[in-house]
Design a protein around this ligand. Structure first.
Ligand code: AP5
Ligand code: MG
Ligand code: ZN
Length: 217
């Protein structure tokens, strides 16, 4: 299974990707997580992307595409993968198609988690993320069992630097039109499935599971 999750910032891509990749036993590849990890390690990539991340701007296509190409060349992608947050622009989608053609693993599912823009602001400004495994929580909508610590790995929960109202506004602005264009791009190819992302986390998970299994049949 080669899956792409499309969705605006805060749509629930990361939340759902964690459980879906566990169920299907495929790696969860999130460009945002890769960039944040690089910054934490203070690698050259981290230095190059840091300013974009903080401001909520998209990292340039050429760099992002190289990062994904490198990640997809790893052995653990042999049985498939789930891409969360890539592609985000048409050039990225075109590059992905070419890369996957080379390794003979075309996309099998593109799922669009649809949530109206108005709901995203409150989701993002109340979000907490695990400092170790990247799991997402929300102070009110999806609180952890024990305050301040991750249910999955017990590490400390923190607030992402780009979850300020200012950076969230930039992220939405950066992504709105581009996401629309990608939805149309994959719809034209006939592999797009839209999932109502405003339902509860559990309901969205079930809808995604249905979309993945129905499309396989
Ligand atoms: P990235 O980390 O991908 O951020 P994003 O796209 O802004 O998306 P988020 O991670 O914020 O949202 P999500 O959909 O994962 O939501 P989540 O599940 O956490 O990218 C960060 C940055 O990296 C970008 O700004 C850019 O600089 C760079 N970048 C990354 N990819 C790039 C690319 N391809 N090209 C160029 N640059 C790139 O959920 C959000 C909140 O809602 C949580 O609090 C959660 O608990 C809650 N929630 C989730 N589902 C529900 C539900 N059903 N009901 C109620 N609450 C819910
Ligand atoms: Mg995410
Ligand atoms: Zn964790």
């Amino acid at each position: 299974m080669q899956i792409v999750f499309l969705g605006l910032p805060g749509a629930g891509k990361g939340t759902q990707a964690i459980s879906i990749t566990e169920v299907f036993g495929i790696p969860h590849i999130a460009t945002g997580d890769i960039f944040r990890a690089a910054r934490k390690e203070q690698s050259e990539l981290g230095t190059r992307v840091s300013e974009y991340l903080d401001k909520g701007l998209l990292v340039p296509d050429a760099l992002t595409i190289e990062v994904v190409r490198d990640r997809l060349s790893k052995d653990d992608t042999k049985n498939g993968f789930l891409l969360d947050g890539f592609p985000r622009t048409e050039p990225q989608a075109v590059a992905l198609e070419a890369m996957l053609q080379e390794i003979n693993k075309p996309l099998t599912h593109v799922l669009y988690l649809e949530v109206p823009k108005e709901e995203l602001l409150q989701r993002l400004t109340g979000r907490l993320v695990c400092s170790q495994c990247g799991a997402s929580y929300h102070v009110r909508l999806n609180p952890p069992v024990n305050e301040g610590v991750c249910d999955r790995c017990n590490a400390e929960l923190i607030t992402r630097k780009d979850d300020t109202p200012e950076a969230v506004a930039v992220r939405l602005e950066e992504n709105l039109e581009k996401t629309k264009a990608l939805v149309a791009y994959y719809d034209q190819q006939g592999i797009l499935r839209t999932v109502d992302g405003t339902q509860s986390i559990e309901q969205v998970k079930q809808a995604i599971n249905r979309a993945l299994t129905e499309a396989k049949a």
